[in-house]
Structures are given as C-alpha cells and as structure tokens.
Ligand binder design. Structure first.
Ligand SMILES: Nc1ncnc2c1ncn2[C@@H]1O[C@H](COP(=O)(O)OP(=O)(O)OP(=O)(O)O)[C@@H](O)[C@H]1O
Ligand SMILES: [Mg+2]
Length: 418
C-alpha cells in the first residue's frame, strides 16, 4: 500500500500555486514560484505571503470546495475519509473554479473522457442507496459543493454525456431530483423551470436543460471555457462564503454567514463592474422572493474572472421554488431590512435594505417592480418549454409552481412597492 500523503499540491493549469498540509487546522502555503510569478493571485481571501497559513480563510477556501451534509457523510463513509484533509485527498481533483489538488509528485494529467449514455446513468441512479457520484468509477476525484446530490459530466458538441477521468475538467453538473427528503418531489423539473425563468426575466443565469431519462436538471458550467484547440480552460471562481472566510456550515446569515450587506461589500471590493453586479444582486433577491426560493444564501453567489473581462459576478445558479415543499424552511436565506418571513416583508423593509446596501430606496423599488412585471411571462414560457419532457406528475408540479409564482409575485410586489 502506498503511504498516505500528508500534503496535496494545488495546481492552476500546469503551475504549482502552493500546498495544503494535513494539520489541524488545515494549513496552506503558497509556492515561492507562485509568489514570484507572473500569474500571481491570491486563492480567495488567503493573503499572498510566504509561510504556512492556517487561518479561517484557508479553512473556508478548501472546505467550500467539498460537498455538504448527507453527501459529505456518504463520501466520508465510502472513502473512509472523515477529516477535511482526507476528503480533499479523496475528491478534490476537478472542483469549482480553477484549482486542482493532486498528491505530491503528481501533476494534473492530460484530459481523458469516457463516453456513457443517459440510460446508463439512469440505471445507476435507479439504485435507491446510490449517490450520483456513483456513476463515476470508484475513487473518482470529483468534488462539487452544496447539499444536493449531484455530480459532474462533460458534454461536447455531439451531446453525448462523458465521464471525466482523473482530474479532467467537466463541463456540466448533473442534479437529479432530490430523493432523500420525502416531501420534496420533482425538484429537478422545478430547478429547470426556475433557472430558465430567471434567464427569460433577463437575469444572467447558467444554461440548463431537463434530461428526461435521468429526470435531472443538467447545468452548464460557466467556470469552464473551450479553448480554440478544443481543450477546456478552468476559470478562477470563488463563492462569496470563500471570500468572506466563512465555512459552508455557516453559509446562512442567521448562523453568522454573510448577509446581503456583506455580499454587496464583497461585490464592491472585487467586481470590475460593481454598479452592474449590484443591480444584478438586487434583481436576484427579488426574483428569489417572487419565485419562492428561500435557499438563496451567499454560497449561491460567486465571482469569476473571464479572460479579457476582468472579475464579475458569475451567472446565477441553484434557483428553485423551495416554498412549494412543506418541511423546507419558511424563512428567506437573507434578512430583507431585518425581516426573514416573505409574508411579512413590505416597503419599510425595502427602505431599510436600501440603507444597509448604500442604495436609493427608489432604485430598489423600481427593480422590485420591474422584476415583478417580468415574472408571469418568464415562468409561463419556461414551464411551456419544458412541459413535453415531463411526466404527468412532474407536469402537476410545474402547474403548481406557476400558480405559486403568479400569486406570490402579485402579493409581494404590491407590498414591497406600496
Ligand atoms: N453552472 C455552474 N458553473 C460553475 N459552477 C457552478 C455552477 N453551478 C453551481 N456551481 C458551483 O457548484 C456549487 C454547488 O452547486 P449548487 O449550488 O447548484 O448545489 P446545491 O447542492 O443545490 O447547493 P445548496 O447546498 O445551496 O442547495 C455552487 O456552490 C457553485 O460553487
Ligand atoms: Mg447551492
């Protein structure tokens, strides 16, 4: 048996950025070549300086690359990996954003993919106890954050789903319907409709399609970019918990995670187009309120760096109507002017939110009204587009979703803009 490494090298393309050390707490050290090099940039909020760092910013950067909750428990049991370092060792090959973690002495390999089919993926998912990661070979080093079961795939021009091998970059995220929560039904149809509605309402949103054989929402990754030679570049991307130095089990504002004012502050600090991105932020908040998405926390916001465009907010992702499901939280992830209950929010809360974000109340009210005006057409078109792919029970979900959004938007917009 190979001795277990006590260090993982962190690569950006073919350049060594630094190393993570198996200590408690986890430590990170930038490579001296990185600190002196032309590509020099900090990993999220980890200051660019020599020597080992074991700060909350280090924990937050690496911990936020990993799955959460039951999915993390599943991996911990399957791979016998209970510490943060062990989990990174097991799965942090292809992660969100640009960095790849490999055992010392190894370098990221040239990309390789193995063709599969939607039917083969569906057959794995049909096993009740399986996690979506089981569509990959045992030991696959793929890591996506978040609490929902999901995995990554590569889909190129021919539309065939492919399994990335080793640390090869993926292009899509497969999110099948949530199975572990009894009262949550057809979440993939829900997410596909809501994501598409967001795009139709003119929010920059990750592209999705609903895949009927796997009953999954398939999301195109915006942190992967096809180069002219056909290979994939990984773009630098950080979620706002990574930037705030917050670990994922404190992602909600009520647990001490970033609130809206902190998100706005991070956008002002990092974005090359803060005015545009702040407008998108508030429109995203109103969209989430109207669509009944109570799970819009700071980890569902990221920034990225697109070559030639500088740092901006990424397109939005992870949008669905959570309020359709009894048992999920009735509270909005962020306080709006101190209020978390959507049914209690009104113009006074909006005015306070404006002060907290350093914006004009009239501007917020205009954005709330404009987003409300777009909702009926956007949701209706999104639901109609997906309907032919849906089973009769998923279609029932879609009809309820549309009714919910129409009535919530009408009531809430009237109160917010009174
Ligand atoms: N289209 C995308 N392109 C690139 N990265 C993405 C994309 N969608 C999601 N991600 C990354 O993957 C992570 C997990 O995705 P997502 O938020 O959809 O999962 P989730 O399990 O539903 O999350 P949650 O725990 O918030 O419910 C995100 O936090 C983000 O870092
Ligand atoms: Mg999420």
């Amino acid at each position: 048996m190979q001795p277990r490494p006590d260090r993982l090298d962190v690569y950006y393309g073919s350049e060594l950025a630094g190393a993570v050390h198996d200590s408690a707490p986890l430590a990170f050290e930038y490579a001296s070549t990185w600190l002196d090099g032309a590509q020099r940039m900090s990993l999220a909020a980890i200051p660019l300086q020599p020597g080992r760092q074991a700060t909350p910013e280090v924990q937050a950067f690496f911990e936020n690359l990993l799955p959460e909750g039951e999915l993390r428990d599943y991996l911990a049991a399957q791979r016998k990996a209970s510490t943060l370092f062990s989990l990174l060792l097991e799965v942090a090959g292809d992660t969100a954003g640009a960095f790849v973690l490999v055992a010392p002495g190894q370098t990221p390999e040239p990309p390789r993919y193995e063709a599969t089919s939607w039917e083969a993926i569906a057959a794995v998912l049909a096993k009740r106890s399986a996690s979506t990661i089981d569509i990959h070979e045992q030991g696959a080093r793929i890591s996506l954050a978040g609490a929902q079961d999901k995995t990554s795939l590569a889909i190129f021009d021919d539309g065939i789903p492919r399994l990335p091998k080793g640390t090869s970059p993926s292009t899509h995220i497969l999110k099948p319907s949530i199975r572990r929560l009894a009262k949550v039904w057809h979440s993939a149809a829900n997410e596909s409709i809501v994501m598409r509605a967001a795009a139709l309402a003119d929010l920059p949103t990750a592209e999705v399609f609903y895949e009927p054989r796997t009953e999954a929402c398939v999301v195109r990754r915006f942190d992967r970019q096809l180069r002219p030679d056909g290979t994939l570049a990984r773009l630098v991307q950080y979620d706002l918990c990574q930037l705030a130095g917050t670990v994922s089990d404190r992602k909600y504002e009520k647990e001490g995670g970033p609130g809206l004012a902190t998100c706005a502050e991070l956008i002002r600090r990092y974005s090359a187009q803060p005015a545009v991105d702040l407008r998108h932020l508030v429109r995203w908040v109103f969209f989430n309120l109207y669509v009944g998405n109570n799970d819009s926390h700071a980890k569902n916001l990221s920034i990225y760096s697109v070559p030639g465009q500088g740092v901006t907010l990424t397109p939005f992702y992870d949008l669905m109507c959570t309020r359709l499901y009894p048992g999920l939280s009735p509270e909005f992830a962020f306080a709006i002017g101190g209020e978390v209950r959507p049914g209690e929010m009104g113009a006074d809360h909006l005015a306070l939110m404006a002060r907290q974000l350093g914006m004009q109340p009239r501007f917020l009210s205009q954005q709330a009204r404009d987003m409300a005006d777009r909702m009926p057409t956007a949701v209706d078109q999104a639901a109609r587009e997906i309907a032919p792919e849906l089973t009769p029970s998923a279609r029932t979900l879609a009809e309820r979703l549309e009714r919910f959004v129409l009535s919530t938007t009408k009531k809430l917009a009237a109160r917010l803009t009174a």
